[in-house]
Design a protein. Structure first.
Length: 266
């Protein structure tokens, strides 16, 4: 019963506005990660260039992030640009970089007003200098935020993240600052891009694709998965509500046995 109470009471400050009265505050996920898929298909279905789909997707980001904050979700991590995305046509990649700059410029003051911290995970190598500069600026200007955190995965790949963490550990061993026997899960986690963040409770993928696409492979080990056929530009706050409701109904056992009251044992 103690484990059941821990899960039920884990997040008592969630859902402060009562937007989901049918969901106990303790069952609002603390961290939601999203694979935003379907921008290109959304544009193609309307006879538009892919760039228009990306612009429509950026508009959805603001609505969903704001609603997540209103629900009391503390962390939102969005898969914005993967390492594999460099394989796309050069014109589309340039458009995505410009869209990133425009988004950061447009949202910086709103993030400050809403007291939302901003961070980026991924490799900086290869990103345009102006994009790196904008990332650094918004990271600094929002660093005092206390209401939540918006994390964008840009130039990100989970295998690359784990590779970088292992390479860092190897360097520390070679320098004599770390013994091989001291390498454990905690040591690896502390060297991931996401260090300091809790693991995602809920992973949402839009556009109906049934794969995780090299995204947060270490961190989503026990995340609940929600796949929706809705294309990202059409994903709305109500779609987020639906995902949270489904999450709240899940029996999260973390490898243990089901406990009375429907809560899972850790």
């Amino acid at each position: 019963m103690a484990a059941a109470r821990a899960i039920t009471d884990r997040n008592p400050l969630a859902n402060p506005r009562g937007l989901l009265p049918d969901v106990h505050p303790g069952r609002i996920p603390r961290h939601v990660a999203i694979i935003m898929d379907g921008n290109g298909r959304w544009a193609r279905a309307r006879g538009m260039p892919r760039e228009m789909g990306h612009q429509a997707g950026a508009a959805s980001v603001r609505a969903v992030v704001e609603h997540a904050g209103d629900l009391g979700i503390e962390y939102v991590t969005l898969y914005s640009f993967s390492l594999e995305n460099w394989k796309r046509p050069a014109e589309e990649v340039r458009g995505l970089m410009q869209l990133c700059l425009a988004y950061l410029a447009a949202e910086e003051q709103d993030l400050i007003r809403r007291r939302i911290r901003f961070r980026v995970i991924g490799r900086r190598e290869g990103l345009p200098s102006e994009v790196c500069g904008a990332i650094d600026r918004v990271t600094r200007s929002t660093s005092s935020g206390t209401r939540g955190e918006l994390c964008l995965a840009i130039n990100y790949g989970s295998r690359a993240e784990i590779t970088d963490a292992v390479r860092g550990l190897a360097e520390e061993v070679r320098a004599g600052r770390l013994l091989p026997g001291e390498i454990d899960e905690k040591a690896i986690e502390s060297r991931l891009y996401t260090r300091g963040m809790p693991d995602p409770d809920l992973l949402i993928r839009t556009a109906g694709e049934m794969r995780v696409s090299n995204y947060l492979l270490w961190q989503i080990s026990y995340a609940e998965l929600h796949v929706t056929p809705v294309l990202w530009p059409d994903f709305s706050p109500e779609n987020l509500n639906e995902a949270v409701r489904e999450y709240a109904r899940r029996d999260r056992r973390f490898g243990g046995l089901s406990l009375p009251g429907g809560a899972g044992g850790a």
